[in-house]
Ligand binder design. Structure first.
Ligand SMILES: *Cc1c(COP(=O)(O)O)cnc(C)c1O
Length: 390
């Protein structure tokens, strides 16, 4: 494949985006839109990288954001004609007017949020509520929006008892948003979510003009989309709703490769440790959620085993244990797969280790350097008003 031969050409550590893979998902999103009449958005949270937003813009119906900075960045890249959708559990009063200028659709996270800042948005954006159906699909409650006592969205049971919602929020309710999953490929779960809304909120579904089904689902090759099509077609057919979906990771996760170089190899207590020029701080979810990333060339029964370690002084800066068919040596490349989402957005420069250099590879196989971070970027973080010009 053209991609692997380009890996040798990059400066490491690097984050390399395969635009061909992003386009595969965009084409799928495009055909879903054509066939079902739904509207596909990109939730920029996993990676708000402007060249990718530009690549996506012609394929999609808009972008989803969760802060004033994300909204500003998305708007500055995609221009005025694309719709921007916003939801967040926290809106600072001083950001509300700016958000109202930037966003076309706003889903308030709670009734009290709507009551406190809603008037800033009225007449400027189409307003809705984030609803929490309370059906959990995830074992780890740290990324389960439907965990007990969740802060995300109005509990569906609270709303199902209300027949005059507009009286409660004091504004015109036009839509609702549900986002209940994470990295799922099982769209039956989405169908169950829609079924729950239908049982509990029939009046709201009748009143609303749009519904945003959130993100949290991936679109790998061969994924079964029938339940998704059914959910969309039902909501459109039965209630005349405009249906939005706002996946994030689905577009960029499999397209991103973290490329590193082996700096040193030594034995520690009977295990071979390979120190890389990368760090788990470039993929912080490894520590947060305690999982091991996919590594190119790893084979369960490989003869040569290595503990792949990051280069900071944190003892736990370790990617995991991997086996390969051949021995490794300093200078070799180690490539982490499926590293495109929630990596750069959460990466930091602990220990003064630089951020990965960003590249894209076009579908024609052209490698392009997008951004190299340097000492100036690092130092800018630490400049204070009292700084001397170091
Ligand atoms: C995070 C988030 C998304 C995107 O989630 P992915 O898991 O990246 O698809 C979409 N909508 C909302 C409300 C979110 O919080």
């Amino acid at each position: 494949m053209h991609f692997s031969s380009l890996i040798d050409a990059v400066e490491t550590p690097a984050l390399v985006y395969d635009e061909g893979e992003v386009l595969r998902v965009l084409e799928l999103a495009g055909s879903l839109q054509r066939e079902t009449g739904c509207r596909m958005l990109y939730s920029v949270k996993p990676l708000p990288l402007p060249p990718l937003l530009e690549l996506m813009n012609p394929w999609l119906s808009g972008f989803a954001v969760s802060s004033a900075f994300e909204a500003r960045l998305a708007r500055s890249v995609v221009g005025q004609s694309t719709s921007i959708h916003f939801t967040s559990p926290g809106i600072r009063p001083r950001d509300a007017f700016e958000l109202a200028d930037l966003c076309d659709y706003v889903s308030f996270n709670s009734l009290s949020q709507w009551n406190s800042v809603g008037s800033c948005f009225e007449g400027r954006a189409s307003l809705g509520l984030r609803v929490n159906p309370g059906i959990s699909f995830l074992d780890d409650e740290r990324y389960d929006p439907c965990r007990e006592n969740s802060k995300l969205g109005v509990p569906v049971d609270l709303l199902s008892g209300m027949d005059n919602l507009e009286g409660v929020v004091g504004g015109k309710l036009e839509g609702m948003l549900v986002h209940t999953n994470c990295e799922s490929t099982d769209f039956l779960e989405l169908l169950r979510t829609v079924d729950c809304l239908e049982r509990k909120l029939p009046v709201l579904l009748e009143q609303a003009s749009w519904i945003n089904l959130g993100g949290g689902y991936l679109f790998p090759e061969g994924v079964a989309l029938t339940p998704l099509r059914m959910a969309i077609e039902h909501l459109r057919g039965e209630y005349g709703l405009e249906v939005f979906l706002e996946p994030g990771a689905a577009y960029v996760r499999s397209a991103g490769h973290m490329v590193s170089t082996v700096l040193d190899i030594f034995d520690s207590g009977g295990k071979r440790v390979a120190v890389l020029d990368a760090t788990v701080n470039h993929m912080t979810e490894l520590l947060e959620f305690d999982f091991e990333p996919d590594v190119e060339g790893h084979r369960e029964d490989g003869e040569w085993e290595y503990l792949l370690a990051g280069c900071t002084c944190l003892a736990g800066d370790v990617f995991g244990e991997y086996s390969f068919d051949r021995p490794m040596e300093a200078g070799d490349r180690v490539v982490f797969k499926n590293a495109g989402s929630y990596t750069l957005t959460k990466a930091h420069t602990f220990n003064g280790v630089n951020l990965p250099t960003l590249y894209s590879v076009s579908p024609e196989g052209e490698l392009k350097l997008l951004r190299e971070f340097d000492y100036e970027d690092y130092a800018a973080r630490w400049k204070t008003n009292a700084s001397h010009p170091y």
